[in-house]
Design a protein around this ligand. Structure first.
Ligand code: NAI
Length: 239
Protein backbone atom coordinates (compact mmCIF):
# COMPACT_ATOMS: atom_id res chain seq x y z
CA UNK A 1 0.00 0.00 0.00
CA UNK A 2 1.40 3.45 -0.91
CA UNK A 3 1.55 5.99 1.90
CA UNK A 4 -0.79 8.95 1.73
CA UNK A 5 1.03 12.11 0.59
CA UNK A 6 0.54 13.97 3.88
CA UNK A 7 0.87 11.02 6.26
CA UNK A 8 2.58 12.11 9.48
CA UNK A 9 1.95 15.82 8.88
CA UNK A 10 -0.20 18.10 11.01
CA UNK A 11 -2.21 20.90 9.45
CA UNK A 12 -4.11 23.92 10.73
CA UNK A 13 -6.81 25.36 8.47
CA UNK A 14 -8.46 28.57 9.62
CA UNK A 15 -12.11 29.06 8.71
CA UNK A 16 -12.36 25.34 8.06
CA UNK A 17 -16.02 24.89 8.94
CA UNK A 18 -17.59 25.80 5.63
CA UNK A 19 -16.99 26.84 2.05
CA UNK A 20 -13.46 26.75 0.69
CA UNK A 21 -11.82 26.13 4.07
CA UNK A 22 -13.98 23.07 4.71
CA UNK A 23 -13.01 21.62 1.31
CA UNK A 24 -9.33 22.27 2.10
CA UNK A 25 -9.57 20.66 5.56
CA UNK A 26 -11.34 17.63 4.09
CA UNK A 27 -8.81 17.24 1.29
CA UNK A 28 -5.76 17.52 3.57
CA UNK A 29 -7.39 15.00 5.92
CA UNK A 30 -7.98 12.60 3.01
CA UNK A 31 -4.36 13.06 1.99
CA UNK A 32 -3.34 11.78 5.42
CA UNK A 33 -2.71 14.90 7.52
CA UNK A 34 -3.97 15.32 11.08
CA UNK A 35 -6.09 18.44 10.55
CA UNK A 36 -7.36 21.05 12.98
CA UNK A 37 -10.01 23.37 11.55
CA UNK A 38 -10.98 26.65 13.16
CA UNK A 39 -14.32 28.44 13.20
CA UNK A 40 -15.66 31.44 15.03
CA UNK A 41 -18.02 29.71 17.46
CA UNK A 42 -17.57 27.15 20.22
CA UNK A 43 -20.36 24.91 18.92
CA UNK A 44 -19.29 24.55 15.27
CA UNK A 45 -18.86 21.04 13.94
CA UNK A 46 -15.55 20.46 12.12
CA UNK A 47 -15.30 18.47 8.91
CA UNK A 48 -15.31 14.71 9.53
CA UNK A 49 -12.11 13.42 11.04
CA UNK A 50 -10.78 16.90 11.87
CA UNK A 51 -10.18 18.45 15.29
CA UNK A 52 -11.75 21.82 16.05
CA UNK A 53 -10.59 25.05 17.63
CA UNK A 54 -12.77 28.15 18.08
CA UNK A 55 -10.93 31.30 17.04
CA UNK A 56 -12.66 34.59 16.32
CA UNK A 57 -10.03 36.86 14.84
CA UNK A 58 -12.31 39.90 14.83
CA UNK A 59 -13.18 39.68 18.53
CA UNK A 60 -10.20 37.86 20.02
CA UNK A 61 -6.74 38.89 21.10
CA UNK A 62 -4.64 37.77 18.13
CA UNK A 63 -1.46 37.09 20.07
CA UNK A 64 -3.13 34.64 22.43
CA UNK A 65 -5.02 32.98 19.54
CA UNK A 66 -1.74 32.64 17.67
CA UNK A 67 -0.13 31.07 20.74
CA UNK A 68 -2.88 28.43 20.69
CA UNK A 69 -2.09 27.78 17.02
CA UNK A 70 1.63 27.46 17.79
CA UNK A 71 0.87 24.91 20.52
CA UNK A 72 -0.46 22.59 17.79
CA UNK A 73 2.97 22.76 16.08
CA UNK A 74 1.46 22.47 12.59
CA UNK A 75 3.69 21.45 9.68
CA UNK A 76 1.13 23.03 7.36
CA UNK A 77 -0.71 26.30 7.95
CA UNK A 78 -3.55 27.38 5.68
CA UNK A 79 -4.79 30.89 6.47
CA UNK A 80 -8.18 30.64 4.81
CA UNK A 81 -10.52 32.57 7.14
CA UNK A 82 -11.48 35.84 5.54
CA UNK A 83 -14.25 38.39 5.39
CA UNK A 84 -15.45 40.78 2.73
CA UNK A 85 -17.38 44.04 2.69
CA UNK A 86 -18.58 45.91 -0.34
CA UNK A 87 -18.97 49.67 -0.12
CA UNK A 88 -18.19 52.78 -2.16
CA UNK A 89 -14.86 54.17 -0.99
CA UNK A 90 -16.26 57.28 0.69
CA UNK A 91 -18.76 55.17 2.59
CA UNK A 92 -16.28 52.69 4.04
CA UNK A 93 -16.62 52.78 7.80
CA UNK A 94 -13.07 53.02 9.19
CA UNK A 95 -13.98 50.52 11.90
CA UNK A 96 -15.06 48.02 9.22
CA UNK A 97 -11.85 48.68 7.31
CA UNK A 98 -9.81 47.91 10.44
CA UNK A 99 -11.82 44.76 11.17
CA UNK A 100 -11.24 43.42 7.67
CA UNK A 101 -7.50 44.06 7.90
CA UNK A 102 -7.46 42.38 11.31
CA UNK A 103 -9.14 39.18 10.10
CA UNK A 104 -7.61 39.02 6.60
CA UNK A 105 -4.05 40.25 7.22
CA UNK A 106 -3.10 40.66 10.87
CA UNK A 107 -4.45 37.25 11.90
CA UNK A 108 -2.50 35.43 9.14
CA UNK A 109 0.57 37.52 10.12
CA UNK A 110 0.27 36.51 13.77
CA UNK A 111 -0.35 32.86 12.92
CA UNK A 112 2.59 32.66 10.50
CA UNK A 113 4.81 34.33 13.10
CA UNK A 114 3.67 31.93 15.80
CA UNK A 115 4.14 28.68 13.85
CA UNK A 116 7.43 29.58 12.13
CA UNK A 117 9.82 28.69 15.00
CA UNK A 118 8.43 25.14 15.06
CA UNK A 119 8.66 24.80 11.28
CA UNK A 120 12.20 26.14 11.34
CA UNK A 121 13.19 23.72 14.10
CA UNK A 122 11.78 20.82 12.07
CA UNK A 123 13.34 22.14 8.84
CA UNK A 124 10.06 21.75 6.97
CA UNK A 125 6.91 23.82 6.65
CA UNK A 126 4.23 24.80 4.17
CA UNK A 127 2.14 27.96 4.40
CA UNK A 128 -0.73 28.82 2.08
CA UNK A 129 -2.55 32.10 2.47
CA UNK A 130 -5.89 32.28 0.70
CA UNK A 131 -6.03 35.57 -1.13
CA UNK A 132 -8.46 36.45 -3.93
CA UNK A 133 -8.52 37.70 -7.49
CA UNK A 134 -9.22 41.04 -5.75
CA UNK A 135 -5.69 40.73 -4.38
CA UNK A 136 -4.34 40.69 -7.94
CA UNK A 137 -6.67 43.10 -9.69
CA UNK A 138 -9.00 45.65 -8.13
CA UNK A 139 -12.66 46.42 -8.52
CA UNK A 140 -14.86 49.28 -7.43
CA UNK A 141 -16.34 49.03 -3.92
CA UNK A 142 -13.67 46.56 -2.78
CA UNK A 143 -11.38 49.11 -1.05
CA UNK A 144 -11.18 47.27 2.28
CA UNK A 145 -11.07 43.78 0.83
CA UNK A 146 -8.55 44.53 -1.95
CA UNK A 147 -6.33 46.37 0.56
CA UNK A 148 -6.29 43.27 2.74
CA UNK A 149 -5.69 40.74 -0.04
CA UNK A 150 -2.97 42.78 -1.78
CA UNK A 151 -1.31 43.10 1.64
CA UNK A 152 -1.53 39.36 2.19
CA UNK A 153 0.28 38.80 -1.13
CA UNK A 154 3.10 41.20 -0.21
CA UNK A 155 3.47 39.73 3.23
CA UNK A 156 3.59 36.19 1.85
CA UNK A 157 6.21 37.05 -0.77
CA UNK A 158 8.46 38.70 1.83
CA UNK A 159 8.04 35.80 4.22
CA UNK A 160 8.78 33.27 1.46
CA UNK A 161 12.03 35.05 0.65
CA UNK A 162 13.20 34.72 4.24
CA UNK A 163 12.34 31.12 4.97
CA UNK A 164 12.79 29.14 1.74
CA UNK A 165 16.34 28.15 2.67
CA UNK A 166 14.98 26.63 5.89
CA UNK A 167 12.69 24.22 4.02
CA UNK A 168 9.58 26.40 4.37
CA UNK A 169 7.55 27.28 1.27
CA UNK A 170 4.89 30.00 1.47
CA UNK A 171 2.41 30.91 -1.25
CA UNK A 172 -0.88 32.66 -1.83
CA UNK A 173 -3.76 31.07 -3.67
CA UNK A 174 -6.15 33.55 -5.29
CA UNK A 175 -9.58 32.05 -6.00
CA UNK A 176 -11.91 33.62 -8.53
CA UNK A 177 -15.68 33.22 -8.23
CA UNK A 178 -16.32 30.07 -6.25
CA UNK A 179 -19.59 28.21 -5.92
CA UNK A 180 -20.07 27.98 -2.14
CA UNK A 181 -23.31 27.85 -0.16
CA UNK A 182 -22.78 31.52 0.63
CA UNK A 183 -22.30 32.42 -3.06
CA UNK A 184 -25.53 30.61 -3.93
CA UNK A 185 -27.43 32.32 -1.16
CA UNK A 186 -26.13 35.79 -2.06
CA UNK A 187 -26.29 35.55 -5.86
CA UNK A 188 -29.11 33.11 -6.53
CA UNK A 189 -29.40 31.09 -9.73
CA UNK A 190 -29.61 34.13 -12.03
CA UNK A 191 -26.69 35.88 -10.38
CA UNK A 192 -24.55 32.77 -10.77
CA UNK A 193 -25.46 32.45 -14.48
CA UNK A 194 -24.60 36.12 -15.05
CA UNK A 195 -21.26 35.80 -13.30
CA UNK A 196 -20.42 32.54 -15.09
CA UNK A 197 -20.83 34.26 -18.46
CA UNK A 198 -17.99 36.67 -17.53
CA UNK A 199 -15.54 33.85 -16.82
CA UNK A 200 -13.65 32.28 -19.76
CA UNK A 201 -14.41 28.81 -18.34
CA UNK A 202 -18.15 29.83 -18.32
CA UNK A 203 -18.72 28.48 -14.84
CA UNK A 204 -17.82 29.22 -11.24
CA UNK A 205 -15.02 27.32 -9.54
CA UNK A 206 -15.64 24.59 -7.00
CA UNK A 207 -14.20 24.60 -3.47
CA UNK A 208 -12.67 21.18 -4.23
CA UNK A 209 -10.67 22.75 -7.07
CA UNK A 210 -9.13 25.26 -4.67
CA UNK A 211 -8.47 22.42 -2.22
CA UNK A 212 -6.66 20.43 -4.94
CA UNK A 213 -4.30 23.35 -5.61
CA UNK A 214 -3.62 23.80 -1.89
CA UNK A 215 -3.01 20.04 -1.53
CA UNK A 216 -0.47 20.23 -4.34
CA UNK A 217 1.31 23.25 -2.84
CA UNK A 218 1.65 21.64 0.60
CA UNK A 219 2.28 18.12 -0.70
CA UNK A 220 5.46 16.25 -1.57
CA UNK A 221 5.29 17.17 -5.25
CA UNK A 222 5.89 20.84 -4.52
CA UNK A 223 9.50 21.37 -3.60
CA UNK A 224 10.26 24.66 -5.37
CA UNK A 225 7.17 26.87 -5.73
CA UNK A 226 7.36 29.67 -3.19
CA UNK A 227 6.44 33.34 -2.91
CA UNK A 228 3.77 33.03 -5.62
CA UNK A 229 0.20 34.26 -5.75
CA UNK A 230 -1.54 31.71 -7.94
CA UNK A 231 -4.91 32.65 -9.40
CA UNK A 232 -7.41 29.84 -9.81
CA UNK A 233 -10.20 31.60 -11.60
CA UNK A 234 -11.12 29.90 -14.88
CA UNK A 235 -9.02 32.47 -16.72
CA UNK A 236 -10.87 35.55 -15.38
CA UNK A 237 -7.85 37.69 -14.47
CA UNK A 238 -6.10 37.06 -17.81
CA UNK A 239 -8.68 38.51 -20.20
P1 NAI B 1 -17.05 31.66 4.09
O1 NAI B 1 -17.61 32.96 4.51
O2 NAI B 1 -17.96 30.62 3.51
O3 NAI B 1 -16.24 31.01 5.28
C1 NAI B 1 -15.29 31.79 5.93
C2 NAI B 1 -14.65 30.99 7.05
O4 NAI B 1 -13.91 31.95 7.78
C3 NAI B 1 -15.65 30.35 8.00
O5 NAI B 1 -15.19 29.07 8.40
C4 NAI B 1 -15.66 31.29 9.19
O6 NAI B 1 -15.81 30.64 10.41
C5 NAI B 1 -14.28 31.93 9.12
N1 NAI B 1 -14.35 33.28 9.65
C6 NAI B 1 -15.21 34.27 9.31
N2 NAI B 1 -15.02 35.34 10.11
C7 NAI B 1 -14.03 35.00 10.96
C8 NAI B 1 -13.42 35.65 12.06
N3 NAI B 1 -13.81 36.87 12.47
N4 NAI B 1 -12.46 35.01 12.74
C9 NAI B 1 -12.08 33.77 12.38
N5 NAI B 1 -12.63 33.08 11.38
C10 NAI B 1 -13.60 33.69 10.68
O7 NAI B 1 -15.85 32.02 3.11
P2 NAI B 1 -15.35 31.39 1.72
O8 NAI B 1 -16.13 32.00 0.65
O9 NAI B 1 -15.23 29.92 1.81
O10 NAI B 1 -13.90 32.07 1.67
C11 NAI B 1 -12.75 31.51 2.25
C12 NAI B 1 -11.56 32.35 1.84
O11 NAI B 1 -11.49 32.41 0.43
C13 NAI B 1 -11.62 33.78 2.34
O12 NAI B 1 -10.33 34.22 2.69
C14 NAI B 1 -12.12 34.55 1.12
O13 NAI B 1 -11.70 35.88 1.14
C15 NAI B 1 -11.46 33.77 0.01
N6 NAI B 1 -12.14 33.88 -1.28
C16 NAI B 1 -13.41 33.40 -1.49
C17 NAI B 1 -14.01 33.48 -2.74
C18 NAI B 1 -15.38 32.94 -3.02
O14 NAI B 1 -15.87 33.10 -4.15
N7 NAI B 1 -16.05 32.30 -2.07
C19 NAI B 1 -13.30 34.10 -3.86
C20 NAI B 1 -11.98 34.58 -3.54
C21 NAI B 1 -11.44 34.45 -2.29
Amino acid sequence: MTALPLAGKTALVTGGTRGIGKAIAERLRRDGAAVTATGTRDDRIPPEGCAYLAMDFAAGDLESLAARAAALAPDILVNNAGINAIAPFSEIDPADFERIQKVNVTAPFQLCRAVLPGMQARGWGRIVNISSIWGKIAKEERGSYAASKFALDGMTAALAAEVAERGILANCVAPGFIDTELTRRVLGVEGIAELSARVPARRLGRPEEIAALVAFLVGPENSYISGQNIAIDGGFTRV
